[in-house]
Design a protein around this ligand. Structure first.
Ligand SMILES: Cc1ncc(COP(=O)(O)O)c(C=O)c1O
Length: 406
């Protein structure tokens, strides 16, 4: 009998890992021994530690270690314990879940919302639950992996769901795919459009104003994953739709994360019309067969949203930091993609160059991740700098000084 240790599966895994190592594509997890602040303590290979400036977290508003956010989580855990030990519909819904869901709906200006343990889960719930055979989904080519998988899953679970992909942010291609979808979809069926609000590798934004107009023309629904836009875009951080002067009512369904600007712990949500959310509560497999969001996380996310609504100046501070950083990085001679988002990719070309530069930066005390092929197209490897409202001007200057030394 083959034991687990010499099972062919392990030989296959070891061979794949060796190929990744040989190609320089093996990811190494950096261990952090401090809260997710602008300065974090990194554990070196030998066990020693050193502090670095952090430019790769999604802690856009600096709320991940905000005293009120931390305290709310602790209070929630003291009052309710670690969690529900149950899925939502059995005995897994605490009052903080309802409070958080009302808060998200109020914040976005929509009827209802429902939370999951991650945005991955909420997005995975979206299409397989709400699509029916004969519907069509029209999706941006650069949409996040959770959207891609949700569409794939919908195709498996609801046979006869049609899929159309348009070139990133290309409105002409978008409209032509929408026309093709309208022809293909059965008469009374739904055309679903889905886009990231902010594209995570480019830091660019979807033109939601134009997309809304085109969707109206073709009687299509517009769904937005604004994981990198919520708390960042628009005057009050409502998201990419606010940046374009739209309201929450102009978006048919939101999917988003609580694991970035809104506290940074974890969790995701769907938000939109009550009937759609009620359907998700009844039918979505990630909620029917998986535990509720931990109560400490629900309480801290709720507090993070309250702080954002109370202190919109945090969004302005982030915007000022972004503008300052982009201007300085460009002045230092680097090519940085133009956009108002907190994601500033510096294009460097080859993957090996991006990885080497990221390593050098870490040695200089600045933590920035390098992304290469296949995450981004060949020849467009980049350092992805992420700015936070918690960064000071000194932090931003130190980033640029380190870049200059490369
Ligand atoms: C655009 C986008 N959507 C969804 C997710 C997944 O979010 P979560 O970590 O809550 O599953 C991410 C996270 O990287 C993201 O960037």
């Amino acid at each position: 009998m083959t034991t687990a240790i010499d099972h062919p599966f392990l030989a296959r895994a070891i061979s794949t890992l060796s190929s990744l190592r040989a190609a320089g594509e093996l990811k190494k997890l950096v261990t952090i021994d401090s809260p997710m602040d602008p300065v974090v303590t990194i554990v070196n290979d030998g066990g020693s530690k050193h502090d670095v400036l952090n430019f790769c977290s999604n802690n856009y508003l600096g709320l991940a270690n905000h005293p009120e956010v931390v305290e709310a989580g602790i209070k929630g855990m003291r009052q309710f314990g670690a969690g529900t030990a149950s899925v939502r519909f059995i005995c897994g819904t605490f009052t903080p879940h309802h409070q958080l869901e009302s808060r998200i709906a109020e914040f976005l200006g929509v009827e209802a919302s429902y939370t999951f343990v991650s945005c991955w889960n909420s997005t995975e719930a979206l299409f397989p639950t709400l699509c029916e055979p004969g519907d069509a989904i029209v999706s941006d080519a650069l949409n996040h992996a959770c959207i891609i998988d949700s569409i794939r899953l919908a195709g498996v679970i609801k046979k006869g769901v049609h899929k159309f992909i348009y070139q990133n942010n290309d409105l002409a291609d978008f409209e032509s795919k929408l026309e093709a979808a309208r022809e293909k979809a059965a008469d009374d069926h739904v055309i679903w459009v889905i886009t990231d609000g902010v594209f995570s590798m480019e830091g660019s934004i979807a033109n939601l104003a134009e997309m809304r107009t085109i969707c109206n023309k073709h009687n299509a629904l517009l769904c937005v994953d604004d994981s990198h836009g919520t708390g960042v875009m628009g005057q009050t951080g409502r998201g990419t739709h606010e940046h374009y002067g739209l309201t929450g009512q102009d978006i048919d369904l939101f999917t988003g994360t609580l694991g970035k600007a809104l506290g940074g712990a974890a969790g995701g949500y769907l938000a939109g019309p009550k009937a759609a959310i009620d359907m998700v509560v009844q039918r979505a497999r990630p909620t029917l067969f998986s535990n509720a969001l931990p109560v400490s996380t629900a309480c801290s996310a709720d507090k993070a949203i309250q702080i954002l609504m109370r202190e919109p100046q945090r969004v302005q501070k982030l915007r000022d930091n972004v503008e300052y950083a982009r201007t300085k990085i460009r002045a230092a001679g680097f090519q940085v993609i133009e956009s108002p988002t907190a994601i500033c990719p510096i294009i460097v070309g080859e993957t090996s160059k991006a990885i080497a530069m990221s390593k050098q930066l870490l040695e200089l005390g600045v933590y920035v991740i390098g992304f290469g092929f296949p995450v981004v197209p060949e020849g467009e490897a980049r350092l992805r700098v992420q700015i936070s409202a918690a960064h000071s001007t000194e932090h931003l200057d130190a980033l640029v000084d380190a870049l200059k030394k490369l």
